[in-house]
Design a protein around this ligand. Structure first.
Ligand code: HEM
Length: 406
């Protein structure tokens, strides 16, 4: 690896804000696909940048574990935050993960999604109704942010009168690294505690008044021991859903619209044929193109040989989904945004391992509904100011995107 690549600080959120990460990863895939990196804080980690390697590590939960940390922040089980991270799905290894995942999968069945679809289709229409006459808006705040929040609130069964409060909390947990949001860890912990306590209120209510919703399904006291989530587990699960399902889908929507504005020929194709099948294909390409989560991290549970390198037991290993999704060995012409791309084996939701995104089908549904509205009602959208990126190495975020149409 040349020095000039080595000295770049991929951990630094600025490279992502400046959108230089794709060039950086292209060079790594080419020159040193399993790369040992030490960042400016002295933290060392392996970067896996090839699609095949990311998929392999993602599926091998025995050799690549998560309980030491699923981001570049190590989990210290002796501090409060570390202990909390191990109580969340992404920080659990088997057998704890297997049991927990079996329970929460019950909340995300095809039947649940079918029940949600009608509501969400109406919400997607309303989101557009609210802006379309204006002729211009901040796409992120006025369009992309709305549906993901509504979807989680619907799924969980948050009453209408509480939604504003839940939305405000979830926005406060956004973009901790970015100065605009004035996010800091302490405030984040405070907000998290409020959300957990709110979730417990919902749980207690369903104990008295069971309903056909996810809270009742996951916590019902008539379930055998070990078959439902405990009080503490449910609070953490609620927090996880809001954090995992909100920003990701918002950013996929914003990146997708940006890509369609930048490629009018692709927008035109969808405008001519906005059938469900065509939009579904486009959504997969939007996911590949945007990789809303840049990476997840694992830790080597034993020594592992990969492409001539020895990853030592205990080493941090970063699976760069953003890089795997632009690997020419998996995607012909990877830097081309092609709404008809097939096959499209992207890893935006993970590489098919046990931690595969729990909300993948919900996110796909939301994206299909919102893009169906967008390509039919705003097909001539264009930029109306600067697209502002989030300063984060974890979330591929767009903060503001002024557009106009008509
Ligand atoms: C475009 C939107 C989304 C993207 C790109 C995305 C991406 C991801 C990724 C990359 C992972 C880790 C996979 C792995 O390491 O193997 C993940 C896990 C997860 N996601 Fe999503 N996600 C999205 C939307 C959602 C939604 C809507 C929800 C819930 C309402 C959700 C809930 C979760 C949960 C609970 C996990 C942890 C699963 C586990 O560790 O077993 N996500 N997601």
């Amino acid at each position: 690896m040349t020095d000039d690549v080595d000295t770049q600080d991929v951990l630094g959120p600025d490279i992502f804000k400046r959108q230089e990460h794709h060039d950086f990863f292209a060079r790594l895939r080419d020159q040193d696909p399993v790369h040992w990196h030490v960042d400016s804080n002295g933290i060392g980690f392996w970067s896996l940048t090839k699609h095949a390697d990311v998929q392999m590590a993602n599926r091998d939960a025995k050799r690549f574990i998560v309980s030491e940390g699923f981001t570049l922040i190590d989990i210290d089980p002796d501090d409060l935050q570390g202990a909390a991270m191990r109580e969340m799905l992404p920080g659990m290894d088997p057998p704890q993960h297997t049991r927990y995942r079996r329970i929460v999968n019950r909340g995300f069945t095809p039947r649940t999604l079918r029940l949600l679809e009608g509501h969400l289709a109406l919400k997607a229409k309303t989101v557009l109704d609210n802006v379309v006459e204006r002729g211009s808006c901040d796409f992120v705040e006025d369009v992309a942010a709305e549906l993901p929040l509504q979807a989680i609130a619907e799924l969980v069964g948050v009453p209408d009168e509480d939604r504003k409060r839940v939305f405000a909390w979830s926005n406060q947990l956004t973009g901790i690294d970015d100065p605009e949001y004035e996010g800091d860890l302490e405030h984040g912990m405070l907000v998290s505690a409020e959300m957990i306590s709110y979730a417990d209120g919902l749980r207690q209510d369903r104990e008295l008044n069971p309903r056909d919703d996810i809270i009742t399904k996951l916590t019902n006291t008539t379930l055998d021991e070990g078959e439902g989530l405990t009080e503490a587990e449910f609070g953490m699960f609620f927090l996880l859903l809001v954090v995992a399902g909100n920003e990701t889908t918002r950013n996929a929507t914003a990146h997708g619209m940006r890509a369609l504005i930048e490629s009018p020929d692709q927008m035109q194709k969808l405008r001519e044929d906005p059938s469900a099948a065509r939009i579904e294909r486009a959504v997969e390409e939007i996911l590949r193109w945007s990789s809303p989560i840049h990476y997840f991290r694992r830790t080597a549970a034993m020594d592992i040989e990969l492409r001539g390198k020895t990853i030592r037991q205990g080493d941090r290993v970063v699976l760069w989904y953003a890089s795997a999704n632009r690997d020419a060995e998996a995607f012909p012409d990877p830097f081309m945004f092609d709404v008809d791309r097939t096959p499209n084996d992207h890893v935006a939701f993970g590489g098919g391992g046990p931690h595969f995104c729990l909300g993948a089908n919900l996110a796909r549904l939301e994206l299909r509904l919102i893009f169906t509205e967008l390509v039919t009602r705003m097909p001539d959208a264009r930029f109306d100011g600067e697209v502002e990126m989030l300063r984060s190495n974890f979330v591929a975020g767009i903060k503001h995107m002024p557009i106009r149409w008509g």
